[in-house]
Design a protein around this ligand. Sequence first.
Ligand code: FA5
Length: 348
Amino acid sequence: MSLKEVLEELKQEAITKISESDSLAQLNEIRIQILGKKGSMTEVLRGMKDLTPEMRPVVGSLANEIRDVLSEHLEGKKAELELKAMNKALAEETIDVTLPGKTIKTGNSHILTQTMQEIEDIFLGLGYKIVEGYEVEQDEYNFERMNLPKDHPARDMQDSFYITEELLLRTHTSPVQARTMEKHDFSQGPLRMISPGKVFRRDNDDATHSHQFHQIEGLVIDEHITMGDLKGTLEVLLKKMFGEERNIRLRPSYFPFTEPSVEVDISCFKCGGKGCNVCKHTGWIEILGAGVVHPRVLEMSGIDSTKYSGFAFGLGPDRVAMLRYGVNDIRYFYQNDVRFLNQFNVKG
Ligand code: FA5
C-alpha cells in the first residue's frame, strides 16, 4: 500500500472513530491517538523520508489536508458533545418552581406589645399624642413633682430600685405627665397625651405582680376639664377593649397627684356581672387608677390651676392582657417561652 493510501485509510478510520465517540474524554483520547506526538499520523509521516523528492510535497500537502479535516471533525464533535453534556445537566437540574417553598418563621410581636399598640390606636383616634418617657428617672419627676415629697408615706406603695439617691428606675409612667406639662404651649391647644412604657417596683413577684411591668399614662389638660370627661374617655377605651356591653364603675381612691382619685372597674366580661372566679365573685374587675389632676401638680409644672384643669389615668396593660386572654399568671409574659408566646401569633 502506498503512503497516500495509508493516509487515506487512516483518515477514514479516524473519522469513523470520531463520529462514534460518545464522551469528551474518549474524544480527547482519539485526538491523542491520531494527532499526538506518538499518534498514528505522526508515525505515518515518519515514512516520508523514504519517498522520492517529487512525491514528498504531494504526500506532505495531503497529510496537512487530512490533519485539517480531522481537526475539523474533532472540533465539531467536541462542540456536539459539550452541548449534549450541557443539555443533560440542565435536564437533571431542572427546578420545579411550582413546588412549595421553605417557610421562614418570622416570629411576631409580643402580646403585651400588641395590647399596647391596640390601646395606642384607640387614643390616636381620639386626637392624643404619644409621648415617650425615661425608664431611668429622677426622684424629682417620679415623686416630688407628683406631689410625693420625701418621707411622704405614699412612697411606700411604690418602692423602687435606686441607682443613686436621686436616680431610680421609674415606678410608674406618671413622671411623663410633669415632663410633658412643663413643655406644653397652651396657645397651640389643649394637652392630650398618652405615654406607654416599662415601669419597675420592688414588688414580690406573684401571679398578678411583677417587679417589671407596663403602664400607659393618660393626661388631658384644658380649660373646664372635669371628672365627666375622664369617665366618658375611659368608657370609650374600655368598651373598645372589652366589648360594648361593658359597664364601668368609679370607686373613690387615693393618689397624691389626683384629687379626687378613683379606681376604675369594668363589669366582668366573663359572667356579665353575676359573679365568677375571674371577678372574684364581685361582678367587677379593677382595671386602672385615675383622677382629676391635683392643682399642686399643675402649679409645680408651671400651669395656672385657676385657669386649667385636667384628668389623668394610669392603666396596667399586663393586667388588661391577662383579663382579655385568660392568662392566669403575669410571669408568663416575661419568661420568653415560645410555646406561650406563639399562641398570640396573629399571622398564624
Ligand atoms: C399608679 O401607678 C398611678 N401612677 C396611676 C395613676 C396615674 C393614677 C394617673 C392616677 C392618675 P397603681 O400603683 O395603682 O397606680 O398602678 C396602676 C396600675 O398598674 C394598676 O392598676 C395595675 O394594673 C398595674 N400594676 C401596679 N403594680 C403592678 C405590678 N407589680 N405588676 C403588674 N401590674 C401592676
